[in-house]
Design a protein around this ligand. Structure first.
Ligand code: TYD
Length: 423
């Protein structure tokens, strides 16, 4: 770092987030932690106010999870990015770094490398949500003049990585003498980047990157998964027989590889940690942080592992089986027809929304849900207008609630909204 910074860390602490990973900085006077959600504009505004630079790392980032349940990806990665951009624009943030991924370029032809102008061709709900967020950033630069830059990094590895991703999962499995699950034939290629090299790349972009540009940040090595697993087994002194081929991931991209000439040429960045050194260091880290690993591999992770590794066949079958009802709330919101409708051939279904949609009576619950959404969008100064809109709605039913007791800014705002509505 060429100068001192204060850092505010804003994190929802979903499955991959863990406060124990931040022990070493927790008591630093220049560090603050806020647990909240980037989809909550009130919390985002309260936090971002007074900051000059935003580094948007926040994402639901696991491809497998996006296949099992796409909704949180779209919500956090696309809507959450939109919320951050809106607030950054409102607060005149001086620099906004949007961290994206090589996965937006989709499956690369053998031997080819994606440049910054390669087309986004995402294959999974995760990469589609990241490609969407990249596209949402662009107009904020061009139309609204927000000083934003996009980075696209390759597969990261290093300490404190949640063991649902390939490297930490295989290292932890090898150290426990458990099978290393290799999806399909294991010939898929990934471009490995040590997390410290990635962070140096982000700093280079923040300090010297050109506004509105995209910078690829990739590692020096593109390695097949099977080769990587064999290398890890050699490095940990475990037998090659631990390699276990399991059912492939649906839609699995064969190759990710980045062309990083631009960031090298313009900003002088290139990776400094060789894959051999990085892997040795990461394995050592896993050997010393057994308590951390045991803790993160309990609870929800255990259930996840049982479902998608120990019972992989039936779990994947349930996902790919046609007509299966998705699990998430977005899908549950879709009313199921009472009896199957038989359409004549060539029937076109029109999905109408907004002002032209046919109105159907809605439950008060939906209205309350809307009230909450309106509240979140209204951000203080828009409360009166929001209340007027709500009162005009003939189906709006106000229900008096217990007053908010927490002193947090978001709750104060909620209490103000509630009090004005009750008048
Ligand atoms: P992952 O770490 O999930 O990253 P991404 O899918 O974003 O590249 O997976 C890296 C590669 O390793 C990918 O080709 C899928 C494969 N893989 C396995 O073979 N077994 C596993 O248990 C996991 C998690 C991944």
């Amino acid at each position: 770092m060429s100068q001192d910074y204060s850092v505010v860390n804003f994190d929802k602490l979903t499955c991959a987030g863990n406060l124990a990973s931040l022990d070493s900085v927790a008591s630093n006077p220049h560090y603050t932690f806020i647990k909240s959600d980037i989809c909550d504009p009130v919390a985002v505004e309260m936090t971002m106010a007074g900051c000059q630079t935003v580094v948007h790392f926040a994402a639901e980032s696991h491809v497998d999870r996006s296949i099992y349940d796409p909704a949180p990806m779209i919500e956090t990665n696309a809507t959450g990015t939109f919320v951050l951009l809106q607030i950054a624009r409102k607060l005149n943030i001086e620099k906004f770094a949007h961290l994206s991924t090589d996965e937006v370029y989709g499956d690369m032809e053998p031997g080819t490398f994606a440049g910054e102008y390669s087309l986004p061709q995402p294959s999974s709900p995760y990469s589609a949500s990241k490609a969407s967020s990249d596209l949402i950033v662009r107009p904020y630069v061009r139309t609204f003049g927000l000083p934003a830059i996009i980075t696209r990094a390759s597969n990261n590895y290093g300490p404190f990585q949640f063991p649902e991703k390939f490297l930490p999962l295989t290292i932890a499995s090898a150290l426990d003498d458990k099978p290393l699950p290799i999806y399909g034939d294991g010939k898929q290629e990934r471009n490995w980047l040590h997390v410290q090299d990635h962070c140096r790349g982000i700093f280079a972009v923040l300090e010297r990157g050109r506004i509105g540009e995209v910078y690829n940040i990739g590692g020096a090595d593109v390695v097949e998964n099977l080769t990587m697993a064999r290398r890890l087994l050699r490095a940990t002194g475990k037998p090659q027989s631990l390699i276990s081929h399991v059912a492939d991931r649906p839609g699995h991209d064969r190759r990710y590889a980045l062309n990083c000439e631009k960031i090298q040429r313009e900003l002088g960045w290139k990776p400094t940690i060789s894959l051999d050194d990085g892997l040795r260091q990461t394995i050592e880290w896993h050997r010393s942080y057994t308590k951390w690993l045991t803790e993160v591999r309990g609870g929800h992770y255990r259930t996840y592992y049982q479902k998608y590794y120990e019972n992989r066949g039936s779990s994947l079958h349930a996902i790919t089986e046609s007509g299966r009802k998705p699990t998430s709330y977005l899908a549950q919101a879709i009313p199921q027809p009472r009896k199957a409708t038989t359409y004549s051939p060539r029937t076109i279904v029109l999905f109408l929304c907004g002002k032209n949609a046919p109105r159907k009576p809605q439950a008060a619950r939906t209205i309350r849900h809307r009230q909450r959404r309106l509240l979140h969008r209204s951000l203080g100064d828009q409360i009166p207008a929001a209340i007027t809109r709500l009162r005009r709605n003939p189906r709006f039913v106000f229900q008096q609630r217990r007053s908010h007791e927490s002193g947090s800014p978001a709750c104060q705002l909620g209490a103000r909204f509630h009090a004005e509505l009750a008048q």
